[in-house]
Design a binder for this molecule. Structure first.
Ligand SMILES: [Zn+2]
Length: 98
């Protein structure tokens, strides 16, 4: 992929995000209406489509856990369910920004 993401228009960028979310069975159309994720902000800050998709995925998991009162209480921004094994994983962890 030689395309510069900074030159990619938002519609094209969002299509790639949608494809990445479909590939992990988290269709944007299903989740965005329930817990809106700020994709525009990710685009504006130069996040790659795949990274934005993974962050949205984690965000939706965290919101779902919260709604079920199954959110992790060990740290504030952890997307894993309460009582998970291993270390906490913040929603925004390990996503490189340019
Ligand atoms: Zn945790």
């Amino acid at each position: 992929m030689t395309l510069q993401y900074s030159l990619m228009d938002y519609e094209h960028w969002l299509d790639e995000v949608k494809a990445a979310l479909d590939s992990v069975n988290m269709p944007m159309i299903d989740w965005q209406g329930v817990w809106p994720f700020d994709f525009q902000a990710e685009y504006d800050s130069g996040t790659k489509p795949h990274d934005a998709a993974m962050r949205a995925n984690r965000y939706w998991w965290r919101e779902q856990n919260k709604s079920l009162k199954q959110d992790c209480r060990e740290s504030k921004d952890c997307w894993l369910p309460r009582g998970h094994r291993g270390v906490c994983q913040p929603v925004a962890e390990n996503i490189a920004r340019r």
